[in-house]
Design a binder for this molecule. Structure first.
Ligand code: AHG
Ligand code: MN
Ligand code: MN
Ligand code: MN
Length: 336
């Protein structure tokens, strides 16, 4: 059925963005151009991943540690640089901030005019790269506020995730998909490698009110607070729940977006704010989940209301179907 839909109407990503906004506004032109650049980054990364086991210098670690204290993979660096190089040529983005760079990266030749900032996680779930299972990239686009003359990007620490202009992810799975929102619903595209184009697959995705999946690394049980332990005990003892956890949030999130359920990354004794970073992991996915009718919370605050105190700030994350997030919250509130 999908096949015939494609034959009938090949809506490409850039056309879709233009149609969503009023095509003649300059914002629409800009966002469409930015999305086209993100799609190009996705194609370059997908191409390299698809041959990873055959090429030198793709798998494994670089030997460096990033600002997060994590061992860096060669693919993390490759993908980080792909985004920089595609945006160098765009003229639109002055600043990029990513998981793999301690400070934002400035493209001075774009800066007087380029009014946008790209925040991104170049490879999400990078521990999956070496074993050939799904990974992703996450992105968020914000308007640059003020001049940022001292290079400290203070404006990024003054507002919450509702100021995102667009957000989305690319999932490198059996097929490569790009899912995005510019605040007018959530739309999914599949990369047709023979065309080199992302083609519309699902428009206006809505996550179910409730779903069977709970997605959490239960190996951290010993490090959790009692309410989260109680929640997992509850799902263990009730019919209708199933566990799924892939080690790449983009994949786990994608399943929940389509089928419902909840993804959890609570605080641990080692990391009281959990692992996931607000600006380029939790906030973009929260933007999508709200647009799809679901919710995202830290347990005490909606993710989109959190104003970060630093570029790489982390927060606990509970995201997914409204009823399933509410169930997690009911345990957290009992614990208070
Ligand atoms: P990244 O690879 O970008 O550092 O992110 C990994 C994240 C996320 O994708 C995943 O859900 C989670 O880390 C897995 O962490 P654990 O191994 O602690 O469960
Ligand atoms: Mn990492
Ligand atoms: Mn990540
Ligand atoms: Mn990453």
């Amino acid at each position: 059925e999908r096949e015939s839909a494609l034959d009938r109407d090949c809506t490409t990503l850039s056309r879709h963005v233009l149609e969503q906004l009023h095509s003649f506004s300059s914002d629409a032109q800009d966002l469409s151009a930015i999305m086209t650049r993100i799609a190009l980054a996705g194609k370059l990364i997908a191409r390299r991943l698809s041959r990873a086991g055959l090429m030198e210098g793709v798998l494994g670690f670089t030997g460096d540690t990033n600002v997060q204290g994590e061992s860096v993979k060669k693919m993390d660096i490759y993908a980080n640089e792909v985004f920089i190089s595609v945006f160098k040529q765009s003229g639109l983005v002055c600043r990029l901030a990513s998981e793999e760079m301690e400070q934002p990266y400035y493209i001075p030749e774009n800066c007087p005019v380029g009014r946008y900032t790209l925040l991104y996680d170049p490879i999400d779930g990078s521990s999956n790269v070496d074993i050939n299972i799904n990974v992703g990239s996450i992105f968020s686009i914000r308007q640059q506020e003020g001049e940022d003359t001292d290079g400290t990007a203070q404006d990024l620490l003054q507002s919450g995730g509702r100021s995102q202009l667009a957000a989305g992810y690319i999932l490198y799975g059996p097929s490569t998909m790009l899912v995005y929102s510019i605040g007018r619903g959530v739309h999914a595209f599949v990369l047709d490698p023979s065309l080199g184009e992302f083609i519309l697959a699902d428009e206006n995705l809505k996550t179910p009110e409730h779903g069977p999946v709970y997605s959490v690394n239960e190996g951290n049980f010993w490090q959790w607070d009692e309410p989260i332990r109680d929640y997992t005990r509850y799902v263990h003892r009730h019919e209708g729940y199933t566990a799924r956890y892939g080690g790449a949030m983009v994949g786990d999130f994608h399943r929940i977006l389509y089928q419902g359920g909840v993804f959890l990354y609570p605080g641990t004794t080692e990391n009281p704010d959990g692992k996931l970073r607000l600006l380029y992991e939790s906030a973009p996915l929260a933007f999508l989940m709200e647009q799809a009718g679901g919710r995202a919370t830290t347990g005490t605050q909606e993710i989109l209301d959190v104003v970060p105190t630093k570029l790489h700030a982390r927060t606990p994350l509970f995201i997914g179907s409204r009823k399933d997030v509410a169930l997690v919250e009911s345990f957290l509130q009992e614990g208070v």
